[in-house]
Design a protein around this ligand. Structure first.
Ligand SMILES: Cc1ncc(COP(=O)(O)O)c(C=O)c1O
Length: 386
């Protein structure tokens, strides 16, 4: 079954014949003891919403189907999912491998945990060679990587990392938020736990928050227990909105990728532009890796670029945009821009930022679904004023 069919048809069957799932807002369910109680399809008693909720279960089944994993869990945000991973896998003195470039709050979370509980963190420049070398030469309890890094869009060849997963004794988590299961399916390469901020592309309309973890049932069962204890489960209405958004995920990813490529090609030819980072550009150093490992011949809806001018001119350009809005998120139907050095990347070490190419002038553009001519005209008129 293809991803579009999965995203529309998996997850819900109803005894009354309703095709669109109801939202289960009940926080309590009839329960005396296990005998005769209602169970979810993963055999968990449905008695209290913080533990198991039918609305969330529908979304979890769709996510498992798209990620090709045994099971999934949804959380109140991407960070809730990452915190739950941390609590599940870390002990006093654990060793954690991270990337120098990843979502800034992920780095900050582990640095705070390290200060509090004596956990050791090592961060490497994002590349398959560096990650493999570290995992083979040193012991790590937990490693978290991103498939496409934020914000310079480095694509990590996860097929190579997949080759060592069975050999190393490390729980490796892949954050697939930028790629989504439409572009990249880490389970194909042996990854056992895949994380998504569903706030972004999966829900896709900038009106909800959530996070998900998909993977092997035994690991998901352990994480389920932490979700119950932390109480960081998703709200039913958020799950419903995400489920509704997912139905158009394959279409959106295709169109947003096409729009992002068109804008990248427009920018690269413009004399006011210093550099453009987008794996879809033929001379981008990650283009070949992306073509090898992505499910589709397109490259996602985010690109980053720098103007030739200084920071003030860069900010003036952002203020001049009329259709594209300034906001620090990504993955929705609206095109939005941000300066990652003061938003998503602000917790990345200053030296690391230099090495990674995250300058204060770098602009990240999450391309939406507006008409491409309007987006390009908007950028052109904003550039003409600086
Ligand atoms: C790659 C990545 N992972 C995780 C997160 C955290 O997700 P949330 O904002 O839903 O907590 C983000 C947020 O921007 C992100 O970009």
């Amino acid at each position: 079954m293809g991803d579009s069919t999965k995203s529309i048809n998996i997850g819900y069957t109803d005894e009354f014949g309703s095709i669109i799932p109801p939202i289960y807002i009940s926080s309590i369910y009839k329960y005396i003891d296990e005998e005769g109680s209602k169970k979810s399809d993963r055999n968990i008693t449905i008695k209290y919403y913080r533990e198991e909720n039918p609305s969330l279960r529908i979304l979890e089944r769709v996510l498992s189907s798209l990620e090709n994993t045994e099971d999934s869990l949804v959380f109140s945000s991407g960070m809730a999912a990452i915190s739950t991973i941390a609590m599940n896998f870390l002990n006093k003195k654990s060793r954690v491998l991270l990337l120098k470039e990843m979502y800034g709050s992920t780095i900050q979370l582990f640095e705070n945990l390290s200060n509090k509980f004596g956990i050791t963190i090592k961060k490497v420049f994002p590349s398959d060679e560096n990650i493999i070398k570290e995992l083979e030469e040193n012991h790590y309890d937990l490693a978290i990587i991103e498939s496409i890094t934020n914000p310079t869009l480095k694509v990590i060849d996860i097929s190579k990392i997949g080759n060592i997963i069975k050999r190393v004794d490390t729980n490796i988590i892949i954050d697939n938020t930028f790629a989504t299961p439409i572009l990249l399916k880490p389970s194909r390469y042996g990854f056992k736990l895949i994380l998504n901020s569903t706030t972004k592309y999966l829900s896709g309309h900038n009106d909800t928050m959530g996070g998900s973890i998909s993977g092997e049932s035994n690991l998901i069962n352990d994480l389920w227990e932490w979700r119950r204890l932390f109480g960081n489960i998703q709200q039913p209405f958020e799950a419903y909105l995400t489920l509704r958004g997912i139905k158009t995920l394959p279409l959106r990813i295709k169109q947003q990728s096409e729009n992002a490529l068109a804008i990248s090609e427009f920018l690269i030819d413009n004399s006011k532009i210093n550099r453009v980072l987008y794996p879809g550009l033929k001379d981008n150093e990650y283009n070949k890796i992306a073509l090898n490992i992505f499910e589709k011949p397109y490259f996602g809806g985010v690109l980053s670029f720098e103007l030739k001018g200084d920071l003030n001119q860069t900010k003036e350009f952002l203020r001049n945009l009329k259709i594209i809005k300034p906001s620090p998120s990504l993955g929705g139907t609206e095109s939005i821009v941000t300066l990652p050095s003061i938003t998503a990347s602000r917790y990345i070490d200053e030296n690391d930022k230099k090495e990674l190419g995250i300058s204060e002038k770098l602009i990240r553009l999450s391309v939406g679904l507006e008409d491409i001519d309007d987006l390009i005209n908007d950028i052109e008129q904003a550039l003409s004023k600086i």
